[in-house]
Unconditional design. Structure first.
Length: 346
């Protein structure tokens, strides 16, 4: 026969009453009871006077943390390096373009802090433009590596490197509260693979064929990438038309700037990698014009990025300025691709 709920409740009450009466008073309970009272009295007699006496020093420490740790720390981290002569000085048999890309990965991940994936407790986490610039660099290197892999279908190191470079830029050692492979580790491995491919070329010249066909593939990829950059700028220009202050304009501007910097270095080194092709003076002149336009776009470095109206006299649109020079470079590169095609068909 089942007991009624009332009887069950009475049985439980009786059990606990009996337990409390029969169980000895534990010394630990008394200890914690006494220590809690002492702690409260100690806080009143010692801690509070200490805070009242040293409050200005404590406030100064908090102020120093806010003013020095984040702003000053971020300033020390901040690097947007657009050095035009940058690049690996390689031997004649190696692929200059790929060596420069590998060295650029090393510069951004090892020599400088890679900021897009830093968590909040790093002072560089408050940076805005540098993470966008480094994101653009990785994006462009991935696309160029993919272009070289298409030009040489047998290049397993380049294919693996392109896949690694497609890894998200914002992964630290923890992702969604779980251990993860960091973006930096992936990109560093990709840089080693690119260097491995270039070293193979230097050893037996069996890796990369600097033919007109390969040059056309790479140039066409470059034109497509520049058009994507221009489209991103135009999209942001349209998005900021009705805004007094466009807070996203600088992110798009610096990400495109990072890509344009890589494309500048790539086009510069292509003259070394495709020497015979660049003996054509018309092709060489087109390349110089494209290089000049890319360098001008990269060197646009305003103190504050403004997404202003086209007709304004006081607030220039820096995105439009960058887009103009990228469009000029894309046009010159399109002409280069046609010239290379003619050479290939001869």
């Amino acid at each position: 026969m089942k007991e009624t709920p009332e009887k069950i409740i009475d049985s439980v009450k009786t059990f606990f009453k009996k337990t409390v009466k029969e169980a000895p008073l534990k010394k630990t309970a008394a200890f914690f009871k006494n220590i809690s009272v002492k702690t409260v009295l100690s806080a009143k007699e010692k801690i509070i006077p200490f805070v009242l006496k040293w409050w200005h020093w404590m406030l100064g420490a908090v102020f120093a943390l806010m003013v020095l740790y984040y702003p000053a720390g971020a300033l020390l981290y901040h690097r947007i390096d657009i050095n035009p002569p940058f690049g690996a000085k390689t031997q004649e048999a190696s692929v200059q373009t790929l060596n420069t890309l590998a060295e650029l990965i090393g510069r951004e991940t090892d020599q400088y802090a890679f900021t897009p994936n830093l968590p909040f407790f790093f002072p560089a986490a408050v940076l805005d433009n540098m993470p966008a610039f480094q994101t653009g660099i990785i994006t462009a290197i991935q696309k160029i590596t993919q272009a070289f892999a298409v030009a040489d279908p047998q290049s397993e190191p380049l294919k693996k490197a392109a896949d690694l470079l497609a890894y998200p830029v914002n992964v630290w050692h923890v992702d969604q509260w779980k251990p993860a492979v960091s973006s930096v580790k992936k990109y560093r491995t990709a840089g080693h693979l690119i260097s491995e491919y270039a070293a193979q070329e230097q050893a037996d010249r069996s890796a990369f064929d600097p033919s007109a066909r390969a040059a056309e593939i790479i140039i066409n990829h470059l034109v497509a990438d520049l058009k994507e950059c221009i489209a991103a700028l135009n999209t942001q220009i349209s998005a900021g038309e009705d805004k007094i202050w466009d807070t996203q304009a600088d992110n798009v501007f610096y990400e495109v700037k990072g890509q344009a910097y890589v494309y500048f270095l790539m086009l510069r080194d292509m003259e070394t990698d495709f020497k015979n092709l660049f003996l054509n003076e018309a092709l060489k002149n087109k390349a110089k014009k494209a290089l000049s336009a890319l360098e001008t776009a990269v060197r646009i470095q305003p103190m504050i990025v403004v997404n202003g109206a086209a007709e304004t006299q006081f607030l220039p649109n820096h995105l439009s300025g960058a887009g103009f020079y990228l469009a000029r470079a894309a046009l010159d590169l399109t002409d280069m691709a046609q010239m290379v095609r003619q050479v290939e068909n001869e």
